[in-house]
Design a protein around this ligand. Structure first.
Ligand code: CP3
Length: 382
């Protein structure tokens, strides 16, 4: 038998993905680049006033642009979002679509921040024409008591399996990204019952029964730390934490209802996985940047509410930066797109920069402009 005689290549002899090298501040020739599909925030805040019929029409158009046809074909065959995101083969196939077409430096798992909820005894769906729906929104101490702590290997084995396959498929030519929702953002969905415009229900809970909300946030913090560890153990090389709605909180309330739980997640994960880079994103975070850095994450993903040069300065030299390009830029001419890429690269400076949009690609973005974005990005040399 050959067992034991053929040495496995040592991990250190295999080139690490550019994205990881960039985050660690190593000498890289260009910034790594990747994009994501999800664009819930913009869509919902801009169209929340419309009726359900309008929503349905808009939702039909939403994910056409990014690797459009192949994703649409899968959606027609498998109209349920939960099926698409909870079946290993479909998750792998959809995750690899952008990789096959654009060869980005990061490949994000196809999933949703709400995916863990059913395993926590919070039934939900993502409904075409409506977005996320929580069937029994949580409002009381009793409701929160019913929430189970998450055991990823039991509840979402397909996530681990998909990440392991993705890691093999992509080799080390790109980094495989996992992701989780942050406690406050998850709480906002389960308390509001879905997407929200004014966040009145969660704010009523926060400001009239803070202990109940804290109990819920604590359950999410413990569960999401475990979920990140599980994703890393399954093959994710970096994990992005989405606190999409954190900026609905004023800075003092962010310090009470979000920051401590983010810190707890980061501390827990850093103890078990000291070399796993963590990325943090919040929409509209210009007013909270310094506080986002206090969580201890390695990368802060900026939206376009702040200038990259100022954001970089405010975050300090230890934190890497991602994003910042307005997704709307992809509606401009090729020359305009090129200029905006060059601008953000110059302002971010050499190293510790992941080129990306400030949020996901939006409705109707011309696919050729997405291709142009990647082409220019990959041609950059510091
Ligand atoms: O590029 C990718 O494949 C990204 C995968 C991804 C999805 N959701 C798939 C998805 C990611 C990273 C998410 C995260 C997510 N989900 C966030 C955080 C990012 C952000 O937008 O700030 C949030 C807030 C959600 C919750 C969510 N999921 C909403 C609000 C919606 C519906 C509204 C909308 O924009 O469509 C979803 C559904 C969803 N999740 C879709 C996708 C591709 C669209 C529905 C579909 O494809 O059937």
């Amino acid at each position: 038998s050959l067992q034991g005689t053929v040495a496995e290549p040592k991990a250190s002899s295999v080139a690490e993905p550019l994205l990881l090298n960039a985050v660690r501040g190593e000498d890289v020739e260009r910034p790594p680049v990747w994009l994501m599909r999800q664009a819930g925030r913009n869509w919902f805040t801009s169209y929340a006033h419309l009726t359900n019929t309008d929503h349905a029409i808009l939702l039909d158009e939403i994910f056409i642009p990014f690797t459009s046809k192949s994703y649409q074909i899968i959606c027609e065959k498998h109209p349920s979002f939960r099926e698409r995101s909870e079946n290993v083969d479909l998750v792998v196939e959809i995750s690899l679509q952008p990789w096959k077409v654009f060869r980005p430096d990061g490949v994000i798992l196809f999933s949703d921040i709400l995916t863990p909820l059913s395993g926590m005894n919070i039934p939900f769906d993502i409904v075409k024409g409506k977005g996320p729906v929580i069937f029994n929104p949580l409002r009381t101490a009793d409701d929160v008591d019913q929430v189970r702590e998450f055991v990823p290997e039991e509840s979402v084995p397909y996530v681990g399996e998909a990440l392991t396959i993705l890691r093999k498929e992509v080799e080390n030519k790109a980094a495989v990204l996992g992701f989780v929702g942050a406690p406050f953002t998850l709480a906002s969905y389960v308390v509001e019952g879905g997407s929200s415009k004014h966040f009145t229900k969660i704010k009523r809970l926060a400001f009239s029964q803070p202990k109940v909300l804290h109990a819920l946030l604590q359950k999410f913090a413990t569960s999401m730390a475990k979920y990140i560890q599980y994703q890393a153990d399954s093959g994710a090389q970096t994990v992005q934490i989405f606190d999409s709605w954190a900026t609905e909180l004023s800075p003092v309330d962010f310090e009470e209802f979000s920051l401590p739980y983010l810190k707890q997640i980061v501390d827990t994960v850093k103890q078990s996985h000291p070399n796993l880079p963590l990325i943090l994103y919040a929409s509209g975070s210009g007013g909270l940047l310094e506080r986002l850095a206090l969580t201890g994450v390695d990368v802060v993903s900026l939206d376009w509410s702040v200038d990259m040069a100022e954001g970089r300065k405010r975050l300090g030299p230890d934190v890497a930066v991602q994003g910042n390009v307005d997704p709307g830029v992809l509606f401009g001419s090729k020359e305009f797109i090129t200029n905006r890429i060059n601008d953000v690269v110059k302002k971010a400076g050499k190293g510790k920069h992941i080129l990306n949009l400030g949020h996901g690609i939006v409705v109707g973005t011309p696919e050729e402009n997405v291709a142009h974005f990647f082409e220019v990005a990959k041609g950059i040399r510091y």
